[in-house]
Design a binder for this molecule. Sequence first.
Ligand SMILES: N[C@@H](CCC(=O)N[C@@H](CS)C(=O)NCC(=O)O)C(=O)O
Length: 230
Amino acid sequence: MTIKLYDLSGDDGRRFSPYCWRTRMALAHKGLEFATEPTMFTEIGNIGDGHQVSVPVIEDGNKTIRDSFEIALYLEETYPDRPSLFGGAGGQATARFVEGWAVAVLHGQIAKMILADIHNSLKPADYDYFRETREKFFQASLEVVMEGREDRLPEFHKSMQPLRAMLKKQPFIGGDAPLYHDHVVFGTLQWPRVASGFNLMPDSDDPVSQWFERCLDLYDGFGRSMEAAA
Ligand SMILES: N[C@@H](CCC(=O)N[C@@H](CS)C(=O)NCC(=O)O)C(=O)O
């Protein structure tokens, strides 16, 4: 049966959510048939029983699962004969560390560099919601939050050093082949690629950039099939 994925959608069908990309990649990795339901921020409350506050959410038959990590755990348990997302219990445990690192270290820095660009890539019906909630959170206008972003790039690139050091030794975070760990960090960097024309990636010879290109090619170029923002 086709799995339904409620997937954050901006203007022109742009799918930029870092968390939804984790799930998209996990579903592709497992080779599961799925269809996405484009969902605006202001439509999340309409999903299912009306109790959802974030996406991704998946529906698989009569089951509804929310939260990207919970979805990955569900897919691993429900479809054990498909390629593994974690490579065992140890991999599941370290995937939680990778998730924590990506969110704590990378997400805030990225958000502050692309906030107004995200706003501008939304459907107009989401503009007010996004501006109000994010400006309340950052206590500044979206445009002011982004000011001086070029100057913050060296620090951002430096913060990816643990990833860079690892990728000098192996092609994927999962080792010789990708695991959910790769999907997590890929989602983090796919977010600015799709939502913002500001290129925040390191130089093309950086192991992180080379790994990201490899991830874009995974599953028949699934990530690359989503056009980068101009
Ligand atoms: N822990 C959740 C976080 C998901 C999340 O924050 N998703 C964002 C989209 S990238 C969202 O739905 N935000 C709702 C909002 O801001 O109203 C997960 O891993 O799925």
